[in-house]
Design a protein around this ligand. Structure first.
Ligand code: ZN
Length: 430
């Protein structure tokens, strides 16, 4: 499906350092990419409600990694899915008496618009589950060919016993896995299953629910097989990073990885199939409370922007905390981000008025970066960046333009922070 419009990312002089991330599977801080082309699969939305600030925090975090990769000289291949048919979507559509396709289309459009406003770079492929049905069915067929599926009342289950490495990524004990599986959409107690942790791969058609013909009969795919199939189809059997919120560590990411190990191999010189690194972002609370639909305390990005919040301040407020930490969204945090942003924009506007040496504004990637320390200029590179920013007509006008900033007219940003105004220091990762 269509992605969204990309913000322009200007070249900076020199090359950034190689990003390292905390890998959930090993608990180690490791280089995120394994080759020149860095590859990432990020689990996307189920479009039954508007994008909330927790989603935004997650996608802004991956955006930061992608910009840092680009700044370090990598090409990036980024794939994200949209689970545009699944139980939560069908339940919401049913509750509201709306066609599930219309609900999905509306929320996907809102998601695109929120991401563009936050200057999140779009994935190279944004892939809906419905459009990927042939890919998912083919992958599920490969699981069946390997004897990893069994039928229960028409539904197809994955036998986790088919994967000797099942459970290795999250490093959880079996009881905790069962508990989380029950909490997060699994059905450990269904009678007839070979193992409580076996996940659904293909659901037989239910009355009144959408279904498609398949080798397993009419039905629709499960969520874990959807991501396993899309990720490996678009990025290959092995790719660099699987990314999502910490609530996806188990069961979702482990189930997808387990499916892929069965189809593409769980060992070998290149290591097990699926992601080389697992990257997980913390949850966002509202004033100390977990945000949830049931508590009714979700903060929606579109609502914040409609209330006049500057999308760059929203982004900066999210980046003020460490991406792995569970953290609070507060009005005070947003206000602090707004004033910091205003200071940065004012500083850039002032720096833009200072003429630099000839050619200093046009240096691009590959030009040696000014020394970061010593030489009497402190962070000498910052001067060059500010001059480069100041050269662009209208850049200085960032300051004081209120919420129009980042809303479509501004097409420049700091490659690493993604903030316009070029105010950000290089991020630390991990
Ligand atoms: Zn996923």
């Amino acid at each position: 499906m269509d992605s969204w419009r990309a913000a322009v990312v200007p070249a900076l002089p020199g090359q950034g350092t190689e990003p390292r991330i905390h890998d959930t599977a090993t608990g180690q801080l490791v280089p995120a990419a394994s080759g020149r082309t860095a590859t990432i699969y990020a689990c996307g939305i189920t479009p039954y409600d508007a994008t909330h600030i927790g989603h935004a925090a997650t996608f802004v975090s991956w955006d930061l990694l992608i910009r840092a990769w680009r700044d370090a000289g990598h090409d990036v291949r980024y794939v994200q899915n949209v689970t545009d048919v699944d139980d939560p979507l069908l339940e919401r559509a049913d509750r509201d008496g709306e066609d599930w396709r219309e609900l999905a289309a509306r929320e996907i459009a809102r998601y695109r618009s929120d991401m563009a406003a936050l200057r999140v770079l779009p994935p190279d492929a944004l892939v809906g589950a419905v459009e990927a049905l042939p890919v998912i069915e083919r992958f599920a067929g490969q699981l069946a060919d390997r004897g990893a599926l069994y039928e229960l009342e028409g539904d197809q289950y994955f036998a986790r016993s088919a994967d000797a490495a099942f459970g290795t990524m999250p490093r959880l004990d079996p009881d905790t896995m069962v508990e989380l599986f029950a909490e997060r959409g699994g059905d450990p107690g269904r009678p007839g299953k070979k193992d409580p942790l076996d996940p659904l791969v293909w659901l037989a058609a239910r009355p009144g629910e959408p279904h498609w013909p398949s080798q397993f009969g009419p039905g629709r795919p499960g969520w874990h097989v959807e991501c396993a199939a899309i990720a490996t189809d678009y990025l290959g059997a092995r790719f660099d990073v699987q990314a999502g919120g910490t609530d996806l560590i188990f069961p979702h990411h482990e189930m997808s990885a387990s499916h892929a190990r069965v189809v593409y191999g769980g060992s070998g010189p290149d290591g097990p199939a699926f992601a080389r690194r697992y990257l997980h972002a913390g949850m966002i609370r509202l004033d100390g409370e977990k945000m949830s639909k049931s508590l009714g305390n979700l903060v929606f990005v579109s609502a914040l922007l409609a209330q006049g919040a500057d999308p760059m301040a929203v982004r900066l407020a999210l980046l003020a905390g460490h991406y792995r930490a569970d953290r609070d969204w507060t009005a005070a945090g947003l206000a602090a981000a707004e004033s910091r942003l205003a200071r940065w924009r004012a500083a850039v506007a002032r720096a833009g008025a200072i003429p630099g040496p000839p050619g200093s504004a046009r240096v691009g990637r590959g030009t040696p970066r000014s020394p970061r320390s010593g030489g009497g200029r402190g962070r000498a590179g910052a001067g060059g960046r500010a001059r480069a920013a100041g050269e662009r007509p209208g850049h200085a006008g960032c300051a004081g333009r209120g919420r129009s900033v980042g809303g479509g007219n501004h097409r420049h940003s700091h490659p690493a922070s993604g903030l316009d105004g070029r105010g950000g220091a290089r991020p630390r990762h991990g």
